[in-house]
Every structure is written in C-alpha cells, then in structure tokens.
Design a protein. Structure first.
Length: 420
C-alpha cells in the first residue's frame, strides 16, 4: 500500500512540481525556435535646428548603416524643406508669403500635419494653435533675433487679430488649404519634429526593422527592444536649468513620447522669465506652475502637439483635458523649487501594462493549480482536476493524493489512450 498521509513536505514537493511544469511549458517553445541574431546600429546627425539619434537592431539583409543614414537624412531634409519657417524657400514659408485667400495646393505631408493640428486645436479648446506664428515672431522665438524688451500690448493685439483656427480652411476632397486672411502665418514648431520622427519610423519599418529608438530634439518613438533585449529606457529630464539630471525613467516598447517644458528655451528681461510657448488666448508666453509635461501616444506627432497644448493649459486645466480624452500625461509642477509629479490615470507605458497583466495571469493560474491540488489532498485525496487527476495527466506519481493504486491509474490511462 502507498503512504497517502498528508505532510507539509509532501505538499511543498507537489507544489514545486506544479511550478516546474509551468516553467517547462513556457521554456520548451523557446528552445526549439530559431532565433536570428540582430546587429545594432547607432546613427546621429543634425536636423531642424537640433540633433537626431537613431538606434536600431536589424536582421541580415538590411542595407548597411551608411545607406540607412543617407535615406534618413534625405527624409529629414524633405520634411525640413516642407515645414521650416527658417528656410525662406520651404513650402510653408511660401504658403505664409502667399498674398491670397484662394485655395493653395499643398503636399500630402503638409496637409496631414495641418489637419492633425486643427483637430488637436479643437480638442484642446484652442490651447494648441499653429496660426500663432505672428506672436512667435513678435516675441522673438521665430527666425528673428530675440528681443531686448517685451512687445507692447498694441502689437500683441494686432498679432492676435491674425490668429485662430478659423483663419485656415482645409479642402475636403483635395490637399489644398485656404486662408481666410492673406496675412495668416503658420508655425509648425510644436508638431513638425514629431512628424519627422514618425517618418523615420516608416522608413525603418519599410526595411523590416522592428527594434528601434528615434529621437529628434527630445521627441521620441520606440519599438521592440534595445541591444540588451529589454524595452528602451528613456529618461525624462528634471526641469531645471542650468545642468541636466534625470527626473524619471520610462520603459518604452511600442510608443511615442514627447516632453515640453519652460526650462530650456526662454529669455530673461528685468528678472522675469518668458518661455517660448505662447498662450493663444492671451498672446503672451504661457505662465503657470507647470515646469514640464510628458505625453505618451501611438505617434510622435500626436505626442508632440499635445505636450505643447498641455503646457499651455497648465496643471489643473491640462489634467482635466487629459482625463477626459484618456491622454497618458505626466505633469511636473514647480512648487517653490520642489518638483512634484502628477500623472493622469492613463500614464503607464503599454509594455508595462502588458508585463503586469502577464505576471498576474501566470500567478493566478499557478495559484489555482496549487489550491486545487491542496484541496484534493485535504478532501479525502479525491482525484480532483488540478490535484491528482490534473497532475496525473502531466505524468506525476500517483502518491500526490490519489485514492487508487498506480497500477489502476496506469490501466485507466491505457484505456483512455486506446479510445483516442
């Protein structure tokens, strides 16, 4: 006769066997899979008045890095020739100079960005406005030299007359745009870099590259894993100047991220700081206690624009909009030199959510198996599924809690096999 007595050591031993089975089931597929080693490349350069970084892992057959860099820089040059206000011959500069209210054909790239910008203007209740070019220039944050004194209210009021989403009309059936005032001046500095990041992602994926991190002036998009085969580790700067340090590190696997703040691009007059982001409602640089805001999104264009919009709105109004629209946003508020984080309820990278869900699911399954096994032992050693009945199907010994002999069990198994 077999000894069916319940002892702590027997329970622990059986539990370990169950956990081992789950580990084996998870590992076996990986053992038989064919893993193609990936090479790593790191490219850098200058674009749009700032720098870019592209890191990617690529399979055999991918064009060499110098070819990839040439393609990347060609795309960046194209986008700059479309959307730059610093290049007088860019498509946007020519559009701004056009002294007409007739329909003006534009490229598909420019049309997509304009359409997205107008939609975010509506959702942000006017906080993101690409027609504030006259105000950007008036305050010295455009192609012009910075000011030595602040503009007078008369000049600000005159510039405000030229701004607003109603000043642009997009054609519904063709890529054409019409101004409602001939002196409208569009500035895409709050969205163009994000769009450029997305276009590089398109280029990389066209070559079958599924693991990359792209950054232009702090706007980022990541997919897959880094050289250590873990999600890309992206730091959010502590919003302080001078000096640099990291406030927070995020793991990005399939997401875009953009941060907008008041601590890099600004000027001081009479001891007062004026940041580069203009509030379309007042015509003045946005002024609130929000030091920076970081937004996660599927595309970098979307994240870039919303980071600017939320910085204008400030921590209170910005948080309300973020919660209403389900925006993953991290607000860093300056409380007398102390930086305090306030995250929206959706601010959690998707890969982190997936890891948590996977862990909880595995923990739940293993917990059920152990609980069922223990219940089978304590309830008269009946062959409950998950205890003896379930474990026996995995090939464990019958003394895990069966009431029948091993020979009887083996005969039962043979009988079932013959039926199959």
């Amino acid at each position: 006769m077999l000894d069916h007595s319940l002892t702590p050591s027997r329970v622990v031993t059986t539990a370990l066997k169950v956990m081992t089975i789950f580990i084996v089931i998870a590992v076996i597929p990986a053992c038989f899979s064919t893993v193609v080693p990936l090479e790593f490349s790191h490219l850098t350069g200058n674009t749009m008045g700032t720098s870019y970084t592209v890191k990617y892992r690529y399979p055999p057959g991918t064009p060499p890095s110098h070819v990839m860099q040439g393609e990347i820089e060609h795309r960046l040059a194209q986008i700059n020739q479309i959307m730059s206000t610093y290049d007088p011959e860019s498509e946007l500069s020519r559009f701004n100079r056009a002294d007409t209210t007739d329909w003006i054909p534009v490229s598909s790239h420019l049309y997509i960005v304009l359409k997205t910008a107008l939609e975010i203007n509506r959702q942000s209740k006017g906080a993101f406005d690409i027609t504030i070019g006259p105000l950007v220039n008036l305050w010295g944050f455009g192609p012009n030299i910075r000011l030595e004194s602040i503009p007078d209210q008369t000049g600000i009021a005159a510039a405000l007359e030229r701004t607003g989403p109603d000043k642009l009309v997009l054609h519904e059936s063709s890529t054409a745009v019409r101004k409602t005032r001939s002196d409208v001046y569009v500035d895409l500095s709050g969205i163009a870099k994000g769009y450029a990041v997305d276009q590089i992602a398109v280029a990389l994926e066209h070559h079958g590259i599924a693991h990359y991190m792209i950054e232009i002036g702090g706007e980022i998009r990541a997919r897959g894993t880094n050289a250590q085969e873990i999600p890309w580790q992206i730091g959010i700067d502590k919003p302080q100047s001078p000096g640099r340090s990291i406030q927070k590190v995020l793991s990005l696997k399939s997401a875009a991220m953009a941060t907008s703040g008041n601590y890099r691009n600004y000027f001081m007059i009479n001891g007062r700081r004026y940041m580069h982001v203009i509030d379309p409602a007042t015509g003045w640089p946005a002024e609130n206690h929000l030091a920076s805001v970081t937004v996660l999104a599927d595309t970098c264009m979307f994240a870039d624009a919303w980071a600017t919009a939320l910085l204008v709105l400030g921590p209170e109004r910005g948080m309300v909009i973020a919660e209403q629209l389900g925006l993953p946003a991290l607000f860093i508020v300056n409380h007398d030199g102390i930086f305090v984080e306030h995250a929206s309820s959706h601010f959690q990278p998707k890969d982190t959510q997936n890891i948590i869900i996977t862990f909880l699911a595995a923990f739940f399954v293993v917990g059920i198996a152990i609980a069922a096994m223990a219940a089978g032992i304590m309830m008269g050693r009946r062959p409950l599924a998950g205890s003896c009945g379930g474990l026996r199907r995995f090939g464990l010994e019958c003394d895990a809690g069966c009431g029948k002999s091993c020979s009887a069990r083996s005969a039962h198994k043979s009988s079932r096999s013959n039926q199959l």
